[in-house]
Write a protein that binds this ligand. Structure first.
Ligand SMILES: *[C@@H]1O[C@H](CO)[C@@H](O)[C@H](O)[C@H]1NC(C)=O
Ligand SMILES: *[C@@H]1O[C@H](CO)[C@@H](O)[C@H](O)[C@H]1NC(C)=O
Length: 459
């Protein structure tokens, strides 16, 4: 994926001030979210909760309410360098519903794209599933399946409702970086396979050094540092297109990078991670009547999607060999679409063979294989990963890599270029933030467990 985030900076009235890099103006109350763990003997409720990523939070001086970060720039007296930034600045608690448009009810999580609030508006959000107040829920996906219901009917071209796993530290990095006093309770420690440089705090330090405000994003920018880790995209989707994509990295833990060693636009393949992944998007893989409004998987209404992580031994100690997807809608199990691309077999799941053939058929660089392929992804899964749920728009590529022709100047008849029916002019953030201001996504009924135990339906 091409992640991006948007946050707000704001001025509140101080009530008290005695923080150790955690603000105390707004109590951090994690919205509860029930999910289920399933085995052959049935499913059990698990009482979980979610936490908002730290990048969206108000960051203010430890001793008061001066913004450390306003709009898309750092305060240079509070943040003259990365170390002092971390000792001078505190992350604040979040008012999930009113400030960020994030709400839960029972087993359902709803993320609004735009939430008007007293400071203007919030754009997009990213949350993590917690196991406790201060630790993320860790998932080992090997020989398991992960299932949820989604309603994408209110996600038009240019938006992405994403559900994925990142190899974040369970405590948000507190144990490894003693200057991080906020931890998972405040949503710290995000990383992904794009090695994002828009993260404000990395490894218990700020990311103010070298910060360049974005030219097309009033809330974000890029610092010198980025943070890389393995990423398994279960679901990157809107009502027009959907993809699932493993993105392995060299190594298992989240790793800080600097400058062009983070990859990015000037040096896309320069990081320790695979930025492209091995994606299965049915439209891109040659079936244009499978996913969309009124199609086989009908995005006008809610459906269930199941993702299975099969290993070579059929046990959790084996190595990942296949990632299978199926859908359930209106009580009916819908098998995955088959590849229909010259030079490729009719695969209906992600395997090493599928990935190898796709890279050749599309003339894409095999960064997936170069960073470990399925075995690399398998090692990260064995070490356990954090569940991420988000809604976002794309200030880098207008989401055209998901739902349109991309690159936009390539022949759309060339295999691999067309990914969906959205116009190449769509997805411009300044436009969708107006036209799709009422966009929203609901994820519900999350289930995790043994293969075949998280769903039912007729063939
Ligand atoms: C969130 O903000 C609303 C509106 O200002 C307020 O009524 C509510 O009490 C706040 N919630 C929390 C948990 O602070
Ligand atoms: C499980 O959680 C769901 C959603 O919160 C709830 O409706 C259901 O009653 C729970 N089941 C049990 C057995 O507690």
């Amino acid at each position: 994926m091409f992640p991006k985030l948007t946050l707000l900076s704001f001025a509140l009235t101080a009530i008290s001030a005695h923080a150790q890099l955690v603000g105390t103006y707004e109590t951090e109350t994690h919205p509860s979210l029930t999910w289920q763990r399933c085995t052959r003997s049935g499913c059990q409720n698990v009482s979980g909760s979610i936490v908002l990523d730290s990048n969206w939070r108000w960051v203010h001086s430890n001793s008061g309410y001066t913004n450390c970060y306003t709009g898309n720039t750092w305060d240079t007296s509070l943040c003259p360098n990365n170390r002092q930034c971390a000792t001078n600045c505190a992350l604040e608690g979040a008012n999930y519903s009113n400030t960020y448009g994030i709400s839960t009810s029972g087993n359902a999580l709803t993320l609004k794209f735009i939430q008007p609030n007293s400071n203007g508006k919030n754009i997009g959000s990213r949350v993590y599933l917690l196991a406790s107040e201060s630790r993320y829920q860790m998932f080992n996906l090997l020989n398991q399946e992960f299932t949820f219901d989604v309603d994408v009917s209110k996600l038009p071209c240019g938006l992405n409702g994403a559900v994925y796993f990142s190899a974040m530290d369970a405590d948000g990095g507190m144990a490894r970086f003693s200057t991080n006093k906020a931890g998972a309770k405040y949503g710290t420690g995000y990383c992904d396979s794009q090695c994002p440089r828009d993260i404000k705090f990395i490894n218990g330090e700020g990311n103010a050094e070298g910060w360049q405000p974005a030219s097309n994003d009033e809330n974000a920018g890029l610092g010198n540092n980025g943070i890389c880790c393995n990423e398994m995209d279960i679901w990157e989707a809107n009502s027009i297109s959907a993809a699932y994509t493993p993105h392995p990295c060299d190594g298992i833990q989240a790793t800080r990078c600097s400058g062009t060693a983070c990859g990015g636009q000037s040096n896309r393949y320069g990081s320790v991670c695979d930025p492209d992944g091995c994606d299965f998007n049915s439209f891109r893989m040659g079936d244009r009547s499978y996913y969309g409004p009124g199609l086989t998987v009908n995005t006008n209404s809610k459906f269930t999607l199941v993702t299975q992580f099969l290993t070579d031994t059929g046990t959790a100690s084996g190595t990942l060999k296949e990632i299978r997807r199926l859908y359930v809608q209106n009580g009916r199990v819908i098998q995955h679409s088959k590849v229909n691309v010259p030079g490729m077999a009719a695969h209906d799941s992600i395997t090493t063979q599928f990935c190898n053939e796709a890279k050749v058929a599309f003339g894409d660089r095999d960064s997936f294989g170069q960073h470990g392929g399925m075995a690399g992804m398998s090692r990260a899964m064995a070490a356990s990963m954090v569940l991420v749920l988000s809604i976002w728009d794309d200030h880098t590529a207008n989401m055209l890599w998901l739902d349109s022709n991309y690159p936009t100047d390539a022949d759309p008849n060339k295999p691999g270029i067309a990914r969906g029916t959205c116009p190449t002019s769509s997805g411009v953030p300044a436009e969708v933030e107006q036209s799709a201001a009422s966009a929203t996504v609901t994820y519900s009924n999350i289930k995790f467990g043994d293969i075949g135990t998280t769903y039912s339906g007729t063939a």
